[in-house]
Design a protein around this ligand. Structure first.
Ligand SMILES: [Mn+2]
Length: 419
């Protein structure tokens, strides 16, 4: 039986419980998901030789990492080929593409330093999101940026933030779609602080100064991303969950961004999504896979990933949640890592759309919990795979399990030549 025949049977099976597979595929193909540029080169970027800081770390030294913009663009194109659905590219400011012989420090970067990304987005039909880069730079002093007691340090980073607002505005204008502008800093302390409040007050003031820069709030979506701890900042993180959530709640138009690697290992972001939807018009996510800590493993089609997608889909919040991937694995082929992660989130969204969510919600409302459990277990084994394959076929993306053969071919012909 071919994919099409399998799909037609699956379509009927789903229709029998009130699920419209055609509607699900149409809807999924139209929802942008942001693909992070930093999986391709282990978060190195192009603007600085400083080692990573801010408590994040890549592990592994698989050959073939992109070394310059041309290589990174080529690699991203390969990923676009192997993944279904609508995409944006998530760019960090450390990925500025300067003209030959040109260099600008992060406090002075200009929209034109990102024109290559705009051209790339136009060429590939993708959108763009933006992130100021508050790490991996010599002006990170004692691990601090926007919370630094040293005014020259703090002002440098405030200027970086303002420059980033202007770049996000430029992206949105050029591409005619909203640009998510995410603020994350790794500021914190290795050991027990003597004052937990002062750095947070400085962080708050820094963000307020940055966001006083002019932008169109319908097109630029500033977010604040929290974190629980990082390597070397185990005792205190200024931008904790309570800090960023309170900042977003008290500053109109600012969105909270939850990265599901940035919480204690027993907390789940799936449960936090509806909690925030009860208060915020829009929220943002970084989708990753934490293994015991913020390890940024490749996203899989696992239970928590499915549950996060379900919370968005069954609450009709696809138009309210900005979704971006955030992981970096340097121990395996990076194109494969990117592709598996992107496909996994697409699978999770499709899976959520194929659940008879209204029927299950009604059982909960009626208190029929035994039946709810029984039915949910049955739907888990419905022919999801047949719809997934049909979706890939319609998106002109390889639906056979050997798509990894394309990755290996690219490794042999392109990546292995990078030495
Ligand atoms: Mn993140």
């Amino acid at each position: 039986m071919n994919n099409r025949e399998m799909y037609l049977l699956a379509k009927e099976k789903y229709a029998s419980v009130g699920v419209d597979t055609e509607k699900a595929m149409d809807e999924l193909a139209d929802i942008p998901v942001s693909l992070h540029c930093w999986q391709g080169d282990d978060v190195h970027g192009f603007d600085s030789d400083s080692p990573l800081s801010g408590g994040i770390q890549t592990t592994g030294n698989y050959p073939g990492a992109a070394r310059d913009p041309e290589e990174l663009f080529a690699d991203i194109k390969k990923v676009l080929e192997l993944t279904p659905g609508k995409k944006k590219i998530n760019v960090h400011s450390s990925y500025a593409v300067f003209d030959k012989g040109q260099h600008r420090n992060r406090n002075e970067i200009l929209p034109e330093d990102f024109k290559a990304w705009v051209d790339f987005a136009k060429e590939t039909g993708t959108g763009l999101d933006f992130n100021p880069t508050f790490f991996g730079h010599e002006m990170v002093k004692d691990g601090l940026t926007l919370t630094s007691p040293d005014d020259s340090v703090r002002n440098f980073w405030i200027d970086h933030g303002k420059a980033s607002v202007r770049i996000a505005q430029y992206f949105a204008e050029q591409l005619g779609e909203p640009c998510v502008l995410n603020f994350w800093i790794g500021d914190g302390f290795k050991d027990i602080p003597a004052d937990r409040l002062i750095p947070r007050l400085r962080y708050r003031d820094s963000l307020e100064q940055i966001l006083s820069e002019k932008y169109d709030p319908s097109m630029v979506k500033p977010c604040v991303e929290s974190k629980v701890f990082g390597i070397g900042v185990e005792s205190y993180t200024a931008g904790s969950s309570e800090f960023t959530l309170s900042f977003a709640a008290s500053h109109k138009g600012v969105l909270p961004l939850m990265d599901n690697g940035h919480y204690h290992p027993t907390e789940v972001v799936s449960d936090k999504i509806p909690a925030l939807l009860a208060f915020f018009d829009e929220i943002a996510l970084h989708i990753t896979r934490p293994v015991r800590w913020d390890s940024d493993h490749v996203v899989l089609f696992d239970d928590e990933t499915k549950e996060m997608a379900l919370e968005i889909v069954r609450n009709n919040a696809l138009g309210r949640v900005y979704m971006a991937l955030d992981f970096f694995d340097a121990s395996i082929n990076r194109i494969g890592a990117w592709t598996v992660g992107f496909r996994s989130w697409q699978k999770a969204l499709l899976n959520a759309m194929l659940m008879p969510n209204d029927r299950l919600k009604a059982l909960q409302e009626k208190g029929e919990f035994g039946r709810l459990m029984a039915e949910r277990e049955e739907f888990k084994t419905y022919p999801f795979g047949a719809v997934w394959d049909e979706y890939l076929d319609r998106c002109s993306v390889r639906s056979d399990a050997d798509w990894y053969g394309d990755v290996l071919k690219y490794e042999k012909e392109v990546l292995s030549l990078r030495r």
